[in-house]
Design a protein around this ligand. Sequence first.
Ligand SMILES: Cc1ncc(COP(=O)(O)O)c(C=O)c1O
Length: 406
Amino acid sequence: MERFFSRRARTIRRSVLRELLKFTQRPEVISFAGGTPDPETFPKDELSRIAAEEIARNYAKCLQYSTTEGDTKLREVLLKLFAGEGIEATLDEIIITTASQQGLDLVAKTFIDPGDVVYMELPSYIGAIQAFRAFQAELVGVPLEEDGMDLEALRERIRADKREGRRPKFIYVIPDFQNPTGVCWSREKRLKLLEIASEEDLLVVEDAPYRPLRFRGEHIPSLKALDEEGRVVFLFTLSKILVPGLRVAALVGDREIVSKVVAVKQAADLCTPALTQALAYRFLAESDIAGHIETIRAHYRRKRDAMIEALERHMPEGVRWTRPDGGLFLWVALPEGADTERMFPKALERKVAYVIGTPFFVDGSGRNTMRLSFAIATEEQIEEGIRRLSEVVREELAAVSAAAGL
Ligand SMILES: Cc1ncc(COP(=O)(O)O)c(C=O)c1O
């Protein structure tokens, strides 16, 4: 059947990650592999009530098509939420998307011609890599440091690309508690990134699913709030603060951009489901959303602390990890020479799972790294799972030393 596939479809591969995740879903496996939020945080009773009421009373609207831009009341309530964050936007500067993964796909369709250069953090979110690759972007990874991207490296690379006749298009970043590392960008780096984007005349795509999930430390303004030139396209999803199952998110940007994205979305799905938009709207308008987010934060903070404590207790010398102030993930780097993919079957034998690092690196590096999610496992499972994982890591490090003849 391959002969029928388009050139584009031929370049698209199923995510390695999804394939690996299949092995991790056996009940006896303690999994740090998933990227999903904890169902314990889902406000199921409230959503059940709202869903029953909406369908009974408003079926003519909520079971109908929506507009491509999305429900006006939902957009208004989201704009109010964003205004509280210093993001000033009007109704023609926001579109509802079928969650942020669609936002990324629409961004790709709207901006990328084959060969256009997209800069992203090294490592970065696999779903974005897939979305941009599908449109034959040339993806350039820029090393991520503790406080954000290495911006000198970014600037040099953009200039070199321009000199060599390539076409830089946009910079994609996840400044708050990034997937996969949990890193949060400093204010200085956010400002500097905007300066570079302005000097080099590039767009910035800011993906902010974990932004509200800060457990500690000071609030840092989003790039969109700092943006004075309309260069930032802001993606925000309800997946991590409400539920992923609604598939509701928003894209905020310059009105000309949003107008084009509306046209592009029409061909994709006509509209995001009216029903899930209605549920999202009612939840945001009627519930104590701030209180709900506070409960979620406390929930993940406890688990994050449990994971850091377990890592400190069990991991051997030479292993490093991030200490995120928010989000769902932390990032572990083993000493050079270790290989988390080689280690993976051994981890599964011990009934513990993680995500290997390489698929997050557009340049294929990161063999010694892995992502751990603290979202789903209980605190007891976190302690036991990290204990098991540290045994596998010790074996891997012993094998590396033996191979090096040490
Ligand atoms: C950085 C990032 N962007 C986008 C998404 C997609 O989220 P959704 O499509 O559920 O809104 C995710 C999901 O894990 C993510 O981590």
